[in-house]
Design a protein around this ligand. Structure first.
Ligand SMILES: NC(=O)c1ccc[n+]([C@@H]2O[C@H](COP(=O)([O-])OP(=O)(O)OC[C@H]3O[C@@H](n4cnc5c(N)ncnc54)[C@H](OP(=O)(O)O)[C@@H]3O)[C@@H](O)[C@H]2O)c1
Length: 285
């Protein structure tokens, strides 16, 4: 494998844009070695301006855009929506180099389903990233399918290491990754939303309430990452540290616990994992 891989990104959108930002920042490769595609010419133009040096083709202007993009690629990142991914995999199959590693970021669609649309033996890796990759603080679960070498696996992990924490997992663990990190930024946004809404009801201005909720999530997140990375503290330990006996935080946490907070989080995570499995059946049919 070359030191600087040639990368094709089919469907340069929100998620793959975040990944591309991270991999260029980490000098995994140069913009000139990346070819990307979109559906519409307008998106291709916008993404071309966002990533100078990257060649961005659109299916609207060139029917063979995806085939052209993958022809020289060492890595092919499939960034289209789950409903479009099998058709896209089938479309590019004849143009793939035999050693090109195909990487999916799609929720739900199983390796077995994708492998059925690709040439036999094509290296394939399923991943589940989350949107904080856009600010360099994401998490991605990486699950290589059969036939992926250690070098290919390291190459795929390097694509993400500039924009987040890489967690090697098995494909069976991906629904849990969806529940714990892929969908989880929205759980945190929901909490921030609820805090801001009720802060207004308690008398703060909407502007102050939103700023406070955002800064609190950021500050608490930074404390938690420091604590977990250093191994000196846990989420539970940090929580207990701010709960003075008979103080305000203790009262708030008791209200959460009395309301069944942990069970509610577990129900939400189960629902996300179940939907991922359901999507696997929908798109595998
Ligand atoms: N967003 C998340 O939180 C998240 C988390 C984990 C995984 N994912 C996965 O990421 C993937 C993309 O999601 P997204 O939110 O990033 O969507 P998005 O922003 O809408 O990006 C999709 C891209 O695919 C392009 N496209 C559509 N059909 C195409 C085709 N046939 N050939 C080439 N390009 C095509 C679109 O082009 P146009 O703009 O021209 O239509 C757009 O650039 C999904 O599979 C999703 O499951 C997303």
């Amino acid at each position: 494998m070359t030191a600087q891989p040639r990368i094709a990104i089919l469907g340069l959108g929100s998620m793959t844009g975040a990944i591309l930002t991270g991999l260029l920042a980490a000098s995994v490769t140069t913009p000139e070695r990346v070819v990307a595609t979109t559906r519409t010419a307008a998106s291709a133009q916008r993404q071309g301006e966002r990533f100078p040096g990257v060649r961005v083709l659109s299916g609207e202007q060139e029917a063979d855009a995806n085939l052209t993009a993958v022809a020289e690629a060492d890595v092919v990142l499939l960034g289209v929506k789950p409903k479009d991914i099998v058709v896209t995999a089938r479309q590019i199959a004849p143009a793939l180099r035999p050693k090109a590693v195909v990487v999916s970021v799609a929720a739900g669609v199983r390796a077995e389903t994708l492998a059925g649309a690709l040439p036999e033996g094509q290296p394939l890796v399923r991943t589940m990233p989350n949107t904080p990759l856009t600010v360099g603080s994401g998490v991605v679960g990486v699950a290589p399918a059969a036939g992926v070498t250690a070098d290919q696996r390291a190459l795929v992990e390097s694509l993400f290491s500039g924009s987040g924490v890489v967690v090697p997992v098995s494909e069976e663990q991906l629904p849990a990754v969806v529940a714990a990190s892929g969908s989880a930024p929205a759980y945190v946004f929901l909490l921030a939303e609820a805090i801001a809404v009720h802060a207004v009801e308690l008398g703060l201005s909407a502007e102050a309430a939103e700023a406070m909720a955002a800064a609190t999530v950021k500050g608490a997140g930074a404390m938690l990452v420091d604590a977990v990375t250093s191994g000196e503290q846990t989420a539970e330990g940090l929580r207990r540290a701010v709960m003075s006996p008979n103080g305000t935080t203790e009262r708030a946490i008791t209200a959460f616990e009395d309301g069944g907070f942990a069970g509610l989080v577990a129900d939400a995570m189960d629902a996300a994992a179940r939907r991922d499995e359901e999507m696997g059946r929908e798109f595998g049919a």
